[in-house]
Write a protein that binds this ligand. Structure first.
Ligand SMILES: O=C(O)CCC(=O)C(=O)O
Length: 281
């Protein structure tokens, strides 16, 4: 029996590869998380560092809490079962009137995972609508196999390699995922999706969290993940520690190892000079 999604939502996910909107955060939660994010970005700017740490929920307690949010996990459980790993999470931030965008792609392109049973919870920390560059997707495209992608490394592309599907996408068939701050969408890792630049005055911020069932394997080498619900009976991934405080020195050594393995698996052949610290996106 489903925990939170209705049968109609589950069927829609199976048919289209994406469901939304699902309310998961209160307005107070959103304000709190946005304040935390602003603080982190101010800290980065002061230190001359541009990027948010990779797998940021291993470094920041508020994100360790967010990826374990029971409302998110209840919905994810309804799609992939009760034993759930959080494999990764990345912010997708588009400031107002900036060219940042995401080309048409399938998330699975560089994941190296043994199955496409991967759900992304895209959690809106601001409204995300057509005007500020919300995600768009092709309903039903998740049933396609892995499609060929080219690497564009476009400067304004938020994807790590600027990966882009090499076949024509029929944009006339696309839908826009409109979300209010505090709502999420859930999408399948084979779903063909993109997001255009933010032409509005208003910032658009989302956190994309990748959840997998414990039965999945990483085919590209050693990898790690965080057990966020249930039990791990398979031990395919090293389990990651939860930080007790932000940038917890007690987990810094394990964090360094996790990052090294992750980079080996995910960036087998990064373009020379390319900073890929932003994640597997
Ligand atoms: O947030 C965006 O604009 C794109 C996000 C995305 O491609 C993803 O979550 O897989």
């Amino acid at each position: 029996m489903a925990k939170t999604l209705t049968q109609v939502q589950i069927e829609r996910y199976n048919q289209t590869g994406c469901i939304y909107p699902i309310r998961v955060l209160s307005d107070d939660d959103v304000n709190e998380y946005r304040t935390q994010l602003d603080g982190l970005q101010a800290l980065n700017a002061a230190g001359g560092r541009q990027s948010i740490p990779h797998k940021p929920y291993l470094q920041l307690t508020w994100l360790a809490e967010l990826v374990r949010n029971p409302r998110i996990l209840d919905a994810v459980e309804d799609l992939i079962g009760e034993d759930i790993l959080c494999w990764n999470a990345n912010f997708f931030i588009k400031e107002g009137r900036t060219p940042a965008h995401v080309t048409w792609h399938q998330d699975s392109t560089y994941f190296g995972l043994s199955s496409a049973d991967v759900v992304t919870a895209w959690i809106a920390l601001t409204d995300s609508v057509e005007a500020n560059g919300a995600m768009q997707f092709i309903p039903g495209s998740h049933v396609l196999d892995q499609l060929p992608h080219r690497e564009t490394f476009g400067a304004d592309n938020l994807l790590s390699r600027g990966q882009e599907i090499m076949v024509d996408v029929d944009k006339a068939k696309s839908d826009t995922i409109s979300l209010k701050a505090g709502e999420m969408s859930l999408h399948h890792c084979r779903l063909v999706h993109n997001s255009p630049p933010n032409a509005s005055e208003h910032r658009r911020v989302g956190l994309a969290v990748r959840y997998i069932p414990t039965s999945i394997k990483q085919t590209l080498g050693e990898d790690s993940a965080t057990l966020v619900r249930g039990q791990d009976r398979y031990h395919h991934f090293s389990l990651e520690p939860r930080p007790a405080r932000d940038f917890d020195p007690d987990v810094s050594e394990s964090y360094r190892k996790i990052m090294a393995n992750n980079a080996k698996a995910l960036y087998r052949a990064p373009a020379a000079g390319r900073d890929v610290s932003g994640g597997e996106r």
